[in-house]
Design a protein around this ligand. Structure first.
Ligand code: UTP
Length: 292
């Protein structure tokens, strides 16, 4: 089975749930302690064995590209202060893998953003990391998906069981457990933002999928759906109905950085785990909670 070497991170959305700040700071650049969210996603892809990462940006998102470039002014100041080892550390971090950028010129939805990856993807399988979905896990989630792809040879959607209320905001899977597996399903359909009564199961896609290039022809023929946007889910649903997909209930804790609560929670979680400030922050948090 072909190895998965490519990843795509769509990061061109407006982020209207995070207004007013998203007007001038892309939500994918929001800090998780001391690094932008998108750097965690690039690391997840590289740690999963992917070597080429395409980030889909748009107008007012230049900060994303700048982050993955050198900063000679900072480098000079740090070196002069005897902190050259920090410069090396930063250079190492931002130079992992081959990172490419392209622009989605009109914000017509996630499905449309993925269409912009067509020439980058070519004939290869590729992982998609939703740019505002942060997942902390033992094994990087893209690796978990790639293992499943290499086992069954079918596109894979990353799943979690969610509440009925949450399901209204996500998409519901028509899925049967794969015999002999505790966390894999055979998916034959899905519905985006189901109304009560429309849902198939409580399994929803959360933040990571692994697709094959057949999706692009389907996307070309996908009409605007929920919210008037070209929905990736609608194209994946068509794929699932035609050929079937694998659903993988992945191990990991997921945070929605596109929502205020999700962003705050992600920082609390990452703060407590941080190698430098984690223990002190945890103590601070315990004291803080006592006063609530
Ligand atoms: P969301 O579904 O959260 O959409 O995108 P959004 O428009 O950014 O946010 P809200 O709903 O207005 O708050 C999921 C991911 O897909 C990207 C986003 O940047 C985000 O990382 N996306 C979304 C695009 O790249 N292009 C789009 O047209 C829409």
């Amino acid at each position: 089975m072909q190895k998965v070497k490519k990843a795509v991170i769509p990061a061109a959305g407006l982020g209207t749930r995070m207004l007013p700040i998203s007007r001038c700071v892309p939500k994918e650049m929001f800090p998780i302690v001391d690094r932008p969210a998108i750097s965690y996603m690039v690391n997840e892809a590289i740690d999963s064995g992917m070597t080429e990462v395409l980030i889909i940006t748009g107008r007012d998102k230049d900060a994303i590209e700048d982050y993955f470039d050198y900063s000679p002014e900072y480098d000079a100041v740090l070196t002069a202060k005897g902190r050259g080892d920090e410069v090396e550390l930063i250079h190492g971090e931002i130079s992992r893998g081959n990172i490419f950028f392209t622009r989605q010129k009109e914000k017509k939805g996630l499905g449309h953003a993925i269409s912009c990856a067509r020439s980058f993807v070519g004939n290869d399988p590729f992982a998609i990391l939703y740019g505002d979905d942060m997942i902390f896990s033992e094994i990087p989630v893209c690796r978990q998906l790639a293992d499943s792809f290499e086992k069954y040879g079918r596109p894979v959607v990353g799943l979690k069981t969610v509440t009925k209320e949450q399901l209204r905001k996500f998409c519901s899977m028509k899925a049967e457990p794969i015999p002999g597996s505790t966390n894999e399903y055979y998916v034959t359909d899905m519905i985006e933002k189901p109304q009560p009564g429309e849902e198939f199961t409580d399994l929803a896609i959360l933040g990571r999928v692994l697709l094959t290039p057949e999706i692009f022809d389907i996307l070309d023929n996908t009409h605007p759906g929920a919210g008037g946007e070209i929905q990736l889910t609608d194209a994946m649903a068509e794929y699932a109905r035609r050929y079937g997909m694998t659903g993988l209930e992945f191990e990991g804790r997921r945070f929605d950085l596109g929502s205020k609560l999700g962003f705050l929670e992600a920082n609390l979680y990452a703060g407590t785990k941080h190698s430098e400030v984690g223990p002190a922050f945890t103590e601070m948090l315990k004291e803080f909670v006592k006063g609530l």
